[in-house]
Design a protein around this ligand. Structure first.
Ligand SMILES: Cc1cc2nc3c(=O)[nH]c(=O)nc-3n(C[C@H](O)[C@H](O)[C@H](O)COP(=O)(O)OP(=O)(O)OC[C@H]3O[C@@H](n4cnc5c(N)ncnc54)[C@H](O)[C@@H]3O)c2cc1C
Length: 395
């Protein structure tokens, strides 16, 4: 077994780390306070190739592997998860489905400027009545004269309303199957399509410098050629999209957990009580040791899931495991970081207070912890459990 990163993987991690620590981290508090989308940071990340890191070079991406993408995303999120989620939602949710299922024409038209980072692309699945139960999609698309006519709405869609957003891939109900279940189809909807509008950004607890909005479709018409992949394959497509997205949200969580540890360690060394630094107390040392252990484990889980995907092997169970464990590790790390900071950690002047606000969403977005535990349990209980175990142990 070889735990070494390749030169290429190390290069992406270091590039992201250097940029994040020098250009993002010093501005994270202000961006959060002002709830400002950092266009200049995204432009620079695009120039560095980070906004298309794992997308194909043929369509303007950087052609990096999935491990490199997750290493870079961890570093960006360590500096600011608002920027991390902007990168993650753009690559994993916006661009990856077009890259995986799009026709060459669709990739030329929609992916090219997104993979370079010049444009952002969004993925619209969630609705008022379709959250965890995404199969309950109520947005309807009907084929009329060679065009999809779309009516309905979406909720909380990341990157959907920035000045550089070029469009959204929305999941819509396009019919009913023989078994009474909805037929779902992914449809590409460019930003300026008549009948497609976006609401105001939400007032959020975390990720405040990222963009999430409600989307509205009122007799919004796009050509039938904007069907992404086969008609009726939308459900399978978004399940696959979310599998990869979960690894990335886990990487984002590891980044945030590491930021909590960084702040906790620095404070523990600096803060003096009873005539000594609080790092000298075993109670504080054990907190730091537990944080470091869990972060190490979560990072290994992310890298293993990412490696499996790069190898073309099944990785869904590992993705869910990494997502649950990393997001819960980050939550515990944020909690302990505030504890080590004491009252100062409850003040908005400290970074750990911001981390504490930001951490919760990781257990909700791209599949809640509850649903991911169900996915893991189902996978363990399925006929292929033996195969899954072999995968887990022997690789
Ligand atoms: C900031 C932000 C950004 C987002 N970005 C996007 C985006 O870009 N694109 C997009 O499509 N969506 C996006 N989402 C939506 C996100 O994916 C959903 O919030 C998430 O899937 C959960 O859905 P819900 O919030 O409606 O929770 P609900 O489905 O209402 O769940 C509420 C609770 O019930 C539990 N629950 C539900 N069903 C079950 C069950 N069967 N068994 C056990 N427990 C269950 C859940 O685990 C949860 O604890 C975003 C959300 C936020 C807040």
């Amino acid at each position: 077994m070889n735990f070494d990163l390749t030169d290429e993987q190390r290069r992406w991690r270091d590039l992201a780390r250097d940029f994040a620590q020098s250009e993002i981290r010093p501005r994270a508090a202000q961006l959060d306070r002002e709830q400002k989308f950092p266009y200049d940071i995204i432009a620079e990340m695009s120039r560095l190739g980070l906004m298309g890191l794992s997308l194909p070079e043929e369509y303007g991406g950087s052609g990096g592997d999935f491990v490199s993408y997750n290493l870079a995303l961890e570093e960006i999120s360590r500096a600011d998860t608002s920027v991390g989620i902007t990168m993650e939602a753009h690559i994993s949710l916006g661009c990856a489905p077009i890259s995986a299922y799009g026709t060459p024409e669709q990739k030329e038209t929609f992916l090219l400027k997104c993979a370079t980072g010049e444009h952002l692309w969004a993925f619209g699945l969630t609705e008022d009545n379709a959250g965890t139960d995404a199969g309950g999609t109520e947005t309807i698309a009907e084929l009329r004269d060679g065009e999809w006519v779309i009516n309905g709405s979406k909720k909380w869609i990341t990157n959907s309303g920035t000045d550089i957003t070029a469009g959204v891939t929305a999941i819509a109900k396009t019919g009913e199957r023989d078994n009474g279940k909805p037929e779902l189809t992914a449809i590409i909807i460019p930003q300026e399509t008549p009948g497609f509008t976006r609401g105001e950004p939400y007032e959020k607890t975390g990720w405040r410098a990222s963009d999430q909005r409600p989307l509205y479709f009122e007799n919004c018409r796009v050509p039938e050629a904007n069907t992404l992949g086969e008609r009726g394959r939308g459900f399978r497509q978004f399940l696959a999209t979310l599998d990869a997205g979960r690894v990335a949200v886990a990487a984002l969580s590891v980044g945030l957990a590491q930021a909590c540890f960084d702040e906790a360690l620095a404070r523990a060394k600096e803060r003096k009580q009873f005539g000594q630094s609080i790092a000298g107390f075993q109670a504080i040392q054990f907190k730091l040791a537990d944080m470091a252990m869990e972060i190490e484990l979560a990072r290994n889980m992310v890298l293993k899931a990412a490696w499996l995907r790069d190898e073309g092997r099944p990785f869904g169970q590992e993705a869910s495991m990494a997502k649950v464990f990393a997001s819960e590790t980050a939550k515990r790390a944020a909690d302990q970081a505030v504890q080590i900071w004491g009252g100062e950690g409850f003040m908005e002047t400290s970074a750990v207070a911001r981390y504490w606000r930001q951490v919760k969403i990781n257990e909700i977005g791209e599949g809640t912890s509850e649903i991911n535990r169900q996915i893991i349990a189902r996978s363990l209980l399925s006929e292929s459990a033996e195969e899954a175990k072999t995968n887990m142990v022997a690789q």
